[in-house]
Design a protein around this ligand. Structure first.
Ligand SMILES: NC(=O)c1ccc[n+]([C@@H]2O[C@H](COP(=O)([O-])OP(=O)(O)OC[C@H]3O[C@@H](n4cnc5c(N)ncnc54)[C@H](O)[C@@H]3O)[C@@H](O)[C@H]2O)c1
Length: 370
C-alpha cells in the first residue's frame, strides 16, 4: 500500500511517498540524499511527543544520527521569533551547506522550517515529513515556505522546493477529529477546482477515509498531491494557473483575519467555507449550475466540517468589513482582486471580473443566516 507521485521540476524534481510505515523506512529513503549520516529535525510539541521516537528509530535503521528541536504547536509559531530561534539552532548544530534538514509536523512546521532551510547558508536541502492531513495533501508539496507578519499571513517567505516528501498516512491516526476535518477542506478543494470524478469519489468514500480506512486515506492523499504536482509543474511560482489552488482562499483569508488567526477558525475550515461561498458567487453569476452550492454544502455537512459563516463562533465584521479584509489579500494585482470561480464542480478558473455588489450580497445573506 505505497504510492509515489513525482513532481517534475527539472533539477528541483522530487518524489512524494504516500502510505503507512514510512517513518520506519525514513532512513532508507533519506540516506541517498545525504553526504554524511546526520540530519537535523525540527518538530512541534504535539508531533514530537507522539511520533519523534518512531522517526528516530526509522533513521537509526539506516545508521543516520538525528539532532532535534521542538517548537510550540500552533500558528503563532510561524513568526520571526521562532524563525530566528530555528535558524540559529541549525547553525549551532553546525548544519552544513550539503546537509539535509527535516520538517516533521503540520503545515506550520513545514512552512517555517522550509523557509529556514531556504535562507540557511543561502539554501540547504530539506525533506518534508508532513504529519497533518492538510500538510500531506497541500503544504508539504510545491515549495511555498514562509512565516506570518503582523501585516498578514504568509507575507514573508521564499519558494524552496523540498528534496523529498514522506507522507506517512499512519500518523494521521493521532490527529484530532477537528484537525483531520480541517485538512479535509483542502482535499475537497481539489475535486472542486479540477476533478469532478474525484469529488464524486469523495462523496462516496470520504467518510470511510475519515473513519480511518487506510486505502481510502491513501487514495485521497495521492489524488490531491497528483493534482497539486501537476499544477505546480505548469506554474511553479504562481504567474497564472497555480492561483487555482487558491479556490476559496480569498474568503478564507478574510475570515481568518476577522477571527485573528485564532482557533475560532482553522485554515482548512476557512477553505471549506470559502469554497462554498465561491460556488455561491459562481452560481449567482450564472456561471455554474444552480444546484452546485447546495450539493457542496450537503457533502461538507455530512463530513461534519464547517460549512457556513454560522459555524464560526463569536462576532464577525459586516459584509463591507469582510470585503475590506478581502481587498488586503496577496492576490490583489494593481488594486483588482483576483477571484477563483467555477463553471461547475471541477472547472475552476481565475478572474478579476467579479461584481463587488454581488459578493457583498452573498456575504450579507450568509451573515444574516447566522
Ligand atoms: N505552503 C503551502 O503551500 C501551504 C498550503 C496550505 C496551508 N499552508 C499553511 O499550513 C498551516 C496549517 O497547517 P496545519 O493545519 O497542518 O496546521 P498545524 O501545523 O498547526 O497542525 C495542526 C495541529 O495538528 C497537530 N498535529 C500535526 N500532526 C499531528 C499528528 N499526526 N497527530 C496529532 N497532532 C498532530 C499540530 O501539533 C497542530 O496542533 C497554515 O499556516 C497555512 O498557512 C501552507
Amino acid at each position: 500500500m505505497q504510492e509515489t507521485v513525482h513532481v517534475g521540476l527539472g533539477d528541483r524534481a522530487y518524489d512524494i511517498h504516500i502510505g503507512p510505515g514510512l517513518l520506519a523506512r525514513s532512513g532508507d529513503l533519506i540516506a541517498p540524499l545525504l553526504k554524511r549520516k546526520r540530519v537535523a529535525v525540527v518538530s512541534d510539541e504535539n508531533v514530537a511527543a507522539l511520533h519523534l521516537d518512531a522517526l528516530k528509530s526509522g533513521l537509526q535503521n539506516a545508521d543516520i544520527e538525528m539532532v532535534s528541536m521542538v517548537l510550540p504547536a500552533g500558528e503563532a509559531t510561524k513568526s520571526w521569533p521562532h524563525f530566528t530561534t530555528t535558524v540559529e539552532w541549525l547553525l549551532e548544530q553546525k548544519v552544513e551547506r550539503n546537509d539535509v534538514v527535516l520538517a516533521f509536523g503540520g503545515g506550520v512546521i513545514g512552512d517555517l522550517v522550509g523557509f529556514a532551510a531556504a535562507v540557511l547558508r543561502r539554501g540547504v536541502r530539506f525533506v518534508q515529513v508532513p504529519t497533518s492531513l492538510l500538510a500531506q495533501v497541500d503544504s508539504s508539496v510545491g515549495g511555498k515556505t514562509g512565516i506570518n507578519s503582523p501585516y498578514g499571513k504568509n507575507l514573508i517567505g521564499a519558494f524552496h522546493q523540498p528534496s523529498l516528501v514522506l507522507a506517512d498516512t499512519e500518523v494521521l491516526g493521532t490527529l484530532t477529529e477537528r484537525d483531520f476535518l480541517a485538512g479535509y477542506g483542502e482535499v475537497v478543494k481539489y475535486g472542486l477546482l479540477g476533478d469532478f470524478k474525484f469529488f464524486q469519489w469523495l462523496e462516496e468514500n470520504a467518510s470511510r477515509a475519515a473513519a480511518g480506512d487506510m486505502e481510502a486515506r491513501i487514495y485521497a492523499v495521492k489524488r490531491s498531491v497528483e493534482m497539486k504536482a501537476e499544477i505546480v509543474e505548469r506554474d511553479e511560482t504562481e504567474q497564472g494557473d497555480r492561483a487555482l489552488l487558491n479556490l476559496g482562499h480569498t474568503f478564507c483569508h478574510a475570515l481568518e483575519a476577522a477571527t485573528s488567526y485564532s482557533d475560532r477558525l482553522l485554515h482548512g475550515e476557512g477553505v471549506a467555507i470559502g469554497c462554498a461561498l465561491a460556488f455561491e458567487v459562481s452560481a449567482r453569476m450564472g456561471l455554474s449550475p444552480q444546484e452546485d452550492p447546495s450539493r457542496i454544502r450537503a457533502h461538507l455537512r455530512e463530513m461534519g466540517t464547517k460549512v457556513d459563516l454560522s459555524d464560526i463562533p463569536g462576532d464577525l465584521p459586516d459584509a463591507d468589513g469582510l470585503l475590506e479584509l478581502m481587498a488586503q489579500d496577496k492576490k490583489v494585482v494593481a488594486g483588482k482582486l483576483n477571484f477563483i470561480l467555477a463553471r461547475g464542480i471541477g472547472q475552476a478558473f481565475v478572474t478579476s471580473e467579479v461584481d463587488r455588489d454581488l459578493v457583498r450580497r452573498v456575504l450579507q445573506e450568509a451573515l444574516a443566516a447566522r
